[in-house]
Write a protein that binds this ligand. Structure first.
Ligand SMILES: Cc1cc2nc3c(=O)[nH]c(=O)nc-3n(C[C@H](O)[C@H](O)[C@H](O)COP(=O)(O)O)c2cc1C
Length: 323
């Protein structure tokens, strides 16, 4: 499962894992490494990676930084929680992140990136994987970037074949991905726009040697997709009811008040609603709900429309907050 900040936190991951076809690995949304010494994780970041909140799943924490010392300190903090693999975020397109030379903004500083990787590989006794875009401005940047990545014993290289300037628009740039595929040394994982069985088949056909695919928005709008990809029928309504119930109970339990729980549930359901034929119930009863009770009433109405014979159409794939 791809990391999606504010969405695929531990509550969502656990509920998903309990009720839908499970992923082999779950990547946690990024922790921004703190440059000053002191507390490594804020309250939310710590909760998200605490082993007791992630029982029974393989979780790979992710770090966002261009500062090798901060990366090393944060990775060691994660190692103390028992994690053996850490993922470096070289994909985040958000303006503040990129302007700070982090995420996909780090991709344009290839000398800096090389020095950063030298240091972290030299000093850390952990598996390190990278999640990257093709470049900051131009998909051709992936050529020289692959020369850099190929110089290190990466546990896995995950490529989302867009450049930063694409954000989430257009379609993945498979030509440029193909260039990276040809020269890859590390196990290569494909990520981006897998929304249907056909989307996956195409990627597997064109790139038979990839070792994994990572899926984000595709399972948020259609959590039954992973089962479908493994030849299973869509889940029964009772599965959806139990899943929705767990999300509701857990967000209510961990939120400081009802308003926060409502906000969180709205965020999650803005994706999940696309699994239902009557998704306009979302617009009329859930999105506009002013309190939790009204929202949950709409949610039950939406769940009632569920039809396990109907595969969700390929729609509702917004650029999602421009992240
Ligand atoms: C709302 C949102 C939050 C995201 N947060 C992260 C993140 O924390 N770390 C990361 O590496 N990628 C993040 N991504 C990118 C996704 O992991 C993934 O690379 C991207 O959505 C493409 O895959 P998909 O088409 O399967 O969703 C985020 C994407 C979205 C839309």
């Amino acid at each position: 499962m791809a990391p999606l900040e504010e969405v695929t936190g531990y509550v969502f991951r656990n509920a998903y894992h309990a009720y839908f076809y499970p992923f082999d690995k779950y990547f946690a949304p990024f922790v921004a490494a703190k440059e000053q010494k002191g507390r490594l994780f804020n309250y939310k970041e710590r909760n998200d990676i605490l082993p007791e909140n992630n029982r029974g799943i393989i979780l790979i924490p992710q770090i966002l930084t261009n500062n090798s010392e901060a990366f090393i300190r944060t990775a060691r903090g994660m190692q103390e929680y028992g994690y053996e693999e850490i993922n470096l975020n070289l994909g985040c397109p958000s303006k503040t992140v990129v302007n700070g030379g982090r995420g996909s903004g780090f991709l344009q500083d290839r000398e800096g990136l090389r020095k950063f990787l030298d240091k972290i590989f030299e000093q850390l006794d952990m598996k390190i994987s990278i999640k990257t875009r093709l470049g900051r401005y131009d998909p051709e940047e992936i050529g020289p970037l692959m020369e850099i990545f190929n110089g290190y014993p990466l546990e896995e290289l995950i490529i989302h074949p867009r450049v930063r300037e694409d954000f989430y628009s257009g379609t993945p740039r498979l030509d440029a991905f193909s260039g990276a595929y040809e020269v890859r040394k590390a196990p290569l994982c494909y990520n981006g726009d897998i929304f249907t069985v056909e989307d996956l088949k195409r990627i597997e056909r064109e790139f038979p040697q990839i070792t994994a695919v990572m899926i984000g928005r595709g399972v948020l709008r259609h959590p039954g997709l992973t089962g479908q990809l493994h030849g299973k029928d869509l889940p029964e309504k009772s599965v959806w009811e139990a899943f929705a119930g767990q999300l509701r109970d857990e967000y209510v339990r961990i939120s400081i008040n009802e308003e926060k729980a409502l906000f969180k549930l709205k965020e999650i359901w803005s994706y999940l609603r696309w699994s239902f034929p009557e998704s306009n119930i979302w617009d009329r009863q859930m999105k506009v709900a002013g309190d939790l009770e009204t929202f949950l009433y709409g949610m039950r109405n939406l769940l009632d429309t569920y039809d396990p014979e109907k595969i969700p159409e390929k729609r509702g794939i917004p650029g999602l907050h421009n992240r």
